[in-house]
Design a protein around this ligand. Structure first.
Ligand SMILES: Nc1ncnc2c1ncn2[C@@H]1O[C@H](COP(=O)(O)OP(=O)(O)OP(=O)(O)O)[C@@H](O)[C@H]1O
Length: 216
């Protein structure tokens, strides 16, 4: 499903003293739900943001042996969605403004947005400016945006953080269904016990010391 090769990511602004934050000679993730763990500052968000096509890097990231993130950016980004660990949006935009915009860009099927509004429980603050949102409300919105369209891969960075228990249960039921019925793959990070999601984890990975290694 996802192949990463000859990957080197450094920040050019002097972060990590200009040393690579992550080096990945070769990583192949089959269709599935893959869990990435690691301490603060180990590189999980850097990895997810790069796989989402948001950060420059050296190397190749290819989806389904077909779409390379830099060579086929439109096709790739139509198929790979990302929910940030700590989402931030322009204060004056409402959940509806953002969802309608992203829904169009991601070619969301008819009726999908309405269903996701119920899964994530965002109807109560649908037209409110995001500048007034609590951290949990922002999290729900970011998860909703990441599920719009027909992605083949969804990256969920810390989906458990700040999410209330009932919403988390509905979200992970929905994720399980997408995986089982439509073959959607997921990458997850969590500082909490990932078994709380109830999801079948295909593989686990440890991020640290500039590398990603398999956890058996
Ligand atoms: N925009 C940036 N500019 C420079 N350095 C950065 C930037 N973002 C992250 N880093 C550095 O990259 C390294 C990895 O950070 P990253 O945010 O990927 O870690 P993380 O595993 O997601 O951490 P956490 O669990 O705390 O969220 C850290 O050394 C951090 O200082």
């Amino acid at each position: 499903m996802l192949t990463v090769s000859n990957f080197i990511k450094s920040y050019s602004n002097g972060g990590s003293n200009g040393q690579p934050v992550l080096t990945i000679p070769n990583l192949h993730l089959p269709l599935g739900i893959h869990y990435f763990q690691g301490g603060n500052g180990s590189g999980k968000t850097t990895f997810f943001r790069t796989v989402a096509g948001l950060l420059p890097f050296s190397g190749e990231i290819r989806l389904n042996d077909q779409y390379e993130v830099n060579r086929d950016p439109e096709a790739y980004r139509l198929r790979v969605n990302y929910a940030e660990a700590e989402p931030l949006y322009p204060d004056f935009l409402s959940a509806r403004d953002l969802a309608e915009f992203v829904g169009k860009a991601k070619q969301a099927p008819a009726g999908q947005l309405n269903a996701l509004v119920d899964v994530l429980g965002v109807r109560a603050f649908w037209t409110q400016p995001t500048g007034t949102f609590s951290s949990g409300m922002l999290k729900k919105l970011s998860l909703l945006l990441a599920l719009l369209g027909t992605p083949q891969l969804v990256l969920l960075d810390e989906p458990l953080t700040t999410l209330d228990v009932d919403t988390a249960a509905r979200l992970f039921d929905y994720v399980r269904q997408l995986h089982t019925d439509q073959g959607v793959s997921f990458l997850l990070t969590s500082h909490q016990d990932v078994s709380l999601t109830g999801l079948p984890i295909t593989s686990s990975w440890q991020v640290g010391k500039g590398k990603i290694v398999s956890v058996s």
